[in-house]
Design a protein around this ligand. Structure first.
Ligand SMILES: Cc1cc2nc3c(=O)[nH]c(=O)nc-3n(C[C@H](O)[C@H](O)[C@H](O)COP(=O)(O)O)c2cc1C
Length: 163
């Protein structure tokens, strides 16, 4: 079995997940690790990691996923909002729409990822409301993620996806 780890990450959260997955794979089995690139397509299994952009994966990852053919895929990602499994399920459903039918999805994992301070300043500038408070609270909860618990859960999800 050969693997490729393909990921997009602007601020490093998804990269943390990719690096933890790298530790789970024998170096000689890893044919590619990095940004979306057709070099990854020769692997038997693609570990595809994305940051959440407006409820789905970012466009660069969406374009890559649509170029897959018959590979096995393990999807992983980070999102600024979290706390509810149903939210991650909704994002993953949107991401999966980019996968051709010939691809076999073997597993998936998502966790929360911290956001830049500029986002908090934007929330602070909003008029006070329960929604503003919810967004501030979420921002602060996200600050410590991905944490060790997230990375361990990722390892478990990946382990379960292996034959
Ligand atoms: C332009 C933009 C759009 C985003 N859209 C969402 C979103 O729809 N839902 C969400 O939960 N997080 C959203 N986020 C937050 C990021 O997905 C989150 O911080 C992620 O962990 C960033 O991953 P990275 O560090 O690997 O780039 C958005 C961030 C940016 C910059």
């Amino acid at each position: 079995m050969t693997y490729a780890i393909v990921y997009t990450s602007n601020t490093g959260n998804t990269r943390m997940l990719a690096q933890r997955l790298q530790q789970q794979i024998q170096p000689e089995q890893l044919v590619y690790m990095g940004a979306p690139n057709d070099k990854a397509l020769e692997a038997d299994m693609i570990l595809a990691g994305f940051w959440t952009d407006k409820g789905s994966c970012d466009p660069e990852m969406a374009a890559f996923l649509s170029r897959l053919t018959g590979q096995q895929v393990f999807l992983f990602g980070t999102a600024g909002f979290g706390g509810e499994a149903s939210y991650f399920e909704t994002i993953l459903s949107a991401v999966k729409k980019n996968l051709p039918e010939t691809v076999k999805l073997v597993g998936q994992y998502m966790c929360q990822g911290k956001m830049p301070q500029a986002v908090r300043r934007r929330y602070e500038a909003m008029e006070e409301s329960p929604r503003r408070q919810m967004m501030l609270d979420n921002f602060d909860r996200a600050l410590s993620h991905p944490d060790e618990g997230d990375l361990t859960a990722l390892e478990q999800a990946f382990g379960q996806s292996q034959p």
